[in-house]
Design a binder for this molecule. Structure first.
Ligand code: XMP
Length: 333
C-alpha cells in the first residue's frame, strides 16, 4: 500500500530533463524487477499504455510482448497507427488481434448502454486472455495504471457510486495470475505525457484525447450496426481533420461524433434521402467530472457539416450538442 502513495517530496515532472531522470530510474527498476523474464501488456494505443510500452521496450526490448486487441470500435486508422509505431518503428514484439467480428457479433441487437459496456469489457478480457494463454513463460503483466486510477480505487473502496462501468484489463481469469509492473502508478496524466515525449513517441499519440475503453461502441447509440458504425468512423475522422485544420484541437479537451439510431427525412439530388444525424460534441474539462461546451466558430461548424453530409453515406444532418456536464455526461452512453 505504501508503494501506492505519492511521496510529498516527489517533484512534478514538467521538463524533458526531469522526464529523462524518471525514465532512467524506471528502466533500472524494471530491469531489476523483471530480470530475464517476459512481460505482457495490453496495448490499446492510449497515452498510458503507449508510454508503458515505450518504457518497457527501452528497459527490456523483446522480453515485452504487447497485445493489441482491435475490437472493431477504434477510430479511423487508430489500430494501424499502433502497429506502425510499435512494430515498424520501435521494433516491438507486438501481437495484433483483429477481433472485430467477435465483438460486433456479440453486440448485434443489444441496445442497452450498460449491457453493451459489459459485453465489450468482458469480451476484451476474454480475447486478451486467449492470447495470453497462447504465449509461454510470461511472468509479469504491465499496466498503464496512473495516480488518478489509484486515487479513484481508494474512493471506490470508500463506497462511492460509479456513474458508468469503465473497463480496463484488471480481472483476468484465475489461471492467469501475473505479477504486476506498473511504472507510471505515481504519475499524473500531464507527467505521463512529458515522459512519453521524452521517450520519442509521436505527438498524436502522446497528446491523444481521452477515448473510452468501449470506443465508438458508446457513440454508435443503441444497437450497433456496421453501416452506422462506419458512418460514425468517417464523420469522426472529418471532425478531427477540421479541428486540426482550424487549430481547435489544441484548445478543446475532447471532441467526437455521436450517431443515434434515428433517421429523419432529408433531400439529396432532388430525391427523398432518409439518413442519420451526426451529433458533434466538443467539451473542455480538467478531470472529466464536469465539462463545459466549447464555442466553435460557425464557419468551422459549416465546413464540418458540408463535408460530413457530402462525404459520409447515410448522414443527412449535423447537430451540435450544447449540453454541459452536468446534466449531460461527456459520452452519450
Ligand atoms: P462521462 O461520459 O462519464 O465520461 O462523462 C467521462 C470521461 O471518461 C471517458 N470514458 C471512459 N474512459 N473507459 C475509459 O477509459 C471507459 O469505459 C469510459 N467511458 C467514458 C469519457 O470519454 C470522458 O473523457
Amino acid at each position: 500500500m505504501e508503494n501506492n502513495v505519492r511521496p510529498a517530496t516527489m517533484e512534478r515532472i514538467t521538463t524533458q530533463t526531469l522526464a529523462e531522470a524518471f525514465i532512467q530510474e524506471q528502466v533500472a527498476n524494471i530491469q531489476a524487477q523483471v530480470g530475464n523474464k517476459k512481460v505482457l501488456l495490453a496495448l490499446s494505443g492510449g497515452v498510458d499504455s503507449s508510454v508503458v510500452a515505450a518504457l518497457l521496450i527501452k528497459a527490456i526490448g523483446k522480453q515485452l510482448v504487447c497485445v493489441h486487441v482491435n475490437h472493431g470500435l477504434m477510430r479511423k486508422n487508430e489500430s494501424e497507427g499502433v502497429v506502425e509505431v510499435f512494430r515498424n518503428q520501435m521494433d516491438a514484439n507486438l501481437v495484433y488481434v483483429d477481433a472485430t467480428d467477435r465483438f460486433l457479433g456479440l453486440l448485434a441487437g443489444v441496445s442497452d448502454p450498460e449491457k453493451k459496456r459489459k459485453i465489450i469489457g468482458k469480451e476484451f478480457i476474454e480475447v486478451f486472455a486467449e492470447e495470453a494463454r497462447k504465449l509461454e513463460d510470461i511472468t509479469y503483466l504491465a499496466q498503464g495504471t496512473i495516480y488518478p486510477d489509484i486515487l479513484e480505487s481508494i474512493q471506490k473502496a470508500e463506497g462511492k457510486k460509479a456513474v458508468k462501468s469503465h473497463h480496463n484489463v484488471g480481472g483476468l481469469p484465475e489461471d492467469l495470475k501475473f505479477e504486476l509492473v506498473e511504472p507510471l502508478k505515481l504519475l499524473y496524466k500531464d507527467e505521463v505525457r512529458v515522459v512519453g515525449r521524452a521517450l520519442g513517441l509521436p505527438a498524436e499519440m502522446v497528446d491523444r484525447q481521452p477515448f473510452p475503453g468501449p470506443g465508438l461502441g458508446v457513440r454508435c447509440l443503441g444497437a450497433i450496426t456496421r453501416d452506422r458504425l462506419e458512418a460514425l468512423r468517417e464523420a469522426d475522422a472529418i471532425l478531427r481533420e477540421e479541428f486540426a485544420n482550424s487549430g481547435l484541437s489544441k484548445k478543446v479537451w475532447q471532441f467526437f461524433v455521436v450517431i443515434p439510431d434515428v433517421k429523419s427525412v432529408g433531400v439529396k439530388d432532388d430525391s427523398r434521402y432518409e439518413g442519420w444525424p451526426a451529433i458533434l460534441r466538443a467539451v473542455n474539462s480538467k478531470d472529466a467530472m464536469t465539462a463545459t461546451v466549447e464555442e466553435i466558430p460557425y464557419e468551422v461548424l459549416h465546413t464540418i457539416t458540408r463535408r460530413i453530409t457530402a462525404e459520409v453515406p447515410g448522414i443527412n444532418r449535423v447537430l451540435y450538442d450544447l449540453t454541459p456536464k452536468p446534466t449531460g455526461t461527456i459520452e452519450w452512453e
